[in-house]
Design a binder for this molecule. Structure first.
Ligand code: SME
Length: 150
């Protein structure tokens, strides 16, 4: 998506948020996967006790429906309450492999009152797929979800 399409996406999400969590979460996962070529898998994990629980996703099924806090790049993003943008997943020993085709991964925390309560996880089949503009865009989405549904 170009800048304008991304603005439109955010505006549409604002409308979906009013329809409820299910509508908003599926719009984020299916919309992003559909409209961003380099996004090959998009999922939303929710922190539940000491686990990350996969809530909604678009793309292939993953065996990582639950991730113990401490495992994977997904945990790192929540524990550090920071974006994890891994340009080359194969070079990161923390990486928990889901799909053989994944080359890079972006994990953006969803926050409530500043605390990480979930995340948007995006896998790409391209190496070094995600730039600062992607980080800002997905953060804007994550903030809307955090404020509305957690
Ligand atoms: N790769 C993630 C696990 C989730 S899958 O990408 C869907 C990780 O390292 O935590």
């Amino acid at each position: 998506m170009n800048r304008q399409e991304r603005r439109n996406f955010i505006e549409e999400l604002r409308a979906r948020v009013k329809d409820g969590k299910k509508s908003a979460f599926s719009y984020v996962c299916s919309g992003l996967k559909q409209k961003e070529n380099k996004f090959n898998w998009v999922g939303i994990y929710v922190l539940s006790g000491d686990k990350l629980q996969l809530d909604t996703f678009e793309g292939e099924k993953t065996q990582h429906v639950q991730i113990a806090l401490g495992d994977g790049l997904c945990s790192l993003a929540v524990l550090k309450n920071e974006i994890v943008n891994e340009a080359d997943v194969k070079s990161n020993s923390k990486y928990l492999a889901c799909f053989p085709t994944t080359r890079s991964e972006l994990v953006v925390p969803v926050r409530k009152n500043g605390f990480a309560v979930g995340e948007i996880d995006i896998d790409s089949d391209l190496k070094n797929a995600f730039d600062k503009e992607d980080e800002r865009f997905v953060t804007e989405i994550a903030n809307m979800l955090g404020e509305s549904f957690f």
